[in-house]
Design a protein around this ligand. Structure first.
Ligand code: ZN
Length: 388
């Protein structure tokens, strides 16, 4: 994978080109480089391993328009004239707000430095397009000049489709057990939101928000569903355990800024551990419907992980096939795996913690063929009991 330069070096902005016009960022997608002083940028795709970040590349960037900053022709002319550059924004707040939209990319010490508030520049850099060191296989800006990875961005719509469905389907269980259960799928909406923002901009801030929201989904899952019988000896109840998980999540959140490129791997390791726990729980379960659900969950998860790994490490192969969309499939598969996983865990939890509710697994919309979204029906008035 290619990497971007440090934040401070992201996308230099030549004085006089700083504004937020909606004009295209990239004007020449075919040449691969721009002409000096023309304001043309190299496509931020993946022509080779040495892809550079906008503003630091090739002949087109020297003192010219910069990718990520909309350069009007009239402003390009300013470069070649003796006229002074336009005045910088007067308010640091405006400066920051401009940066938030990814419309403004700052080079530390250049552009319009705000005396005494260097953090503003660093902050602006964190929101800048391609300020993350993570870059996925999909060709950048292939389908839109405003969206870095189009399919990887659009595929996040699955979060907004599945989350409300799961919130609705899990509501009877949550009402009986703990309404905090809804936090999982509420947070999943944020995962989709932040993931979409990340792939749209490949900004460092997008990356961190994306990864941290996943971390917090996992933390809430642990706090809610970690089996009580497996609590450490010094933990008396779930409230204490939840506080411990909260402390670890806060600590992990802070430490995630130390080596951000390792975060995705750490999150997947947490995912493996969750699956291991589930496997241990399933060994006690004799309900065939739950067993089938667990098998489907494992298949979905393995497929999702295969897509993630293949996109990460087999990119050159997929590029030859002109099929660089596996990370988008990862989004879709992992959301479905999460739907299956949360239902299965909730089912086991309900079986052990509120057995009188007589939980039963169902599928929506088609329970007969077990197709669709799994969920739990509580049949408190039924005499039968499952074997989990
Ligand atoms: Zn992603």
């Amino acid at each position: 994978m290619t990497t971007s330069p440090p934040l401070e070096l992201q996308a230099g902005v030549s004085a006089g080109l700083l504004h937020t016009s909606s004009e295209p960022i990239i004007r020449d997608r075919s040449s691969g480089s721009g002409s000096a002083g023309s304001g043309v940028c190299r496509v931020r795709g993946r022509p080779g391993p040495g892809r550079q970040s906008p503003g630091l590349q090739g002949p087109g960037s020297a003192g010219s328009g910069v990718c990520g900053v909309r350069a009007r022709p009239v402003q390009q002319d300013l470069e070649h004239s003796s006229a002074p550059p336009p005045s910088p924004p007067q308010s640091s707040l405006i400066h920051l707000l401009l940066a938030v939209g990814g419309q403004l990319e700052l080079r530390s010490g250049l552009a319009y430095p705000i005396p005494g508030v260097p953090w503003v520049e660093r902050m602006a850099g964190a929101f800048a397009y391609e300020s993350s060191k993570v870059d996925w296989c999909e060709d950048n800006y292939r389908h839109s000049e405003h969206v870095v990875e189009y399919f990887n961005t659009v595929s996040n719509l699955i979060f907004f489709l599945v989350s409300p469905i799961m919130l609705y389907l899990l509501h009877p269980y949550a009402r009986e057990r703990n309404l905090a259960v809804h936090l999982v799928w509420v947070l999943m909406i944020f995962v989709g939101l932040f993931s979409g923002y990340f792939h749209m901009t490949l900004s460092f801030m997008g990356q961190m928000l994306d990864e941290l929201s996943i971390l917090w989904v996992q933390a809430v899952g642990y706090a809610l569903w970690f089996p009580q019988r497996l609590f450490p000896a010094f933990v008396k109840d779930r409230r204490t355990f939840s506080r411990m998980v909260l402390a670890v999540a806060v600590l992990t959140t802070v430490s995630s800024f130390v080596k951000p490129t390792a975060n995705a791997y750490v999150l997947n390791i947490f995912g493996v551990q969750l699956l291991y726990m589930l496997r241990m729980e399933m060994k006690r379960c004799t309900d065939q419907k739950a067993t089938r659900l667990a098998k489907r969950l494992v298949c979905l998860w393995l497929l999702a992980i295969a897509c993630w790994i293949s996109d990460r490490f087999g990119c050159s192969f997929w590029q030859k096939l002109d099929f660089c969309y596996l990370h988008g499939f990862w989004h879709i598969l992992i959301v479905m795996a999460t739907a299956y996983g949360t239902t299965l865990i909730a089912y086991l939890d309900a079986t052990y913690e509120i057995p009188s509710s007589l939980p039963e697994l169902r599928y929506w919309p088609c329970d007969r063929w077990e197709v669709g979204f799994p969920h739990i029906v509580l049949r408190g008035d039924t005499k039968s009991r499952k074997g989990c």
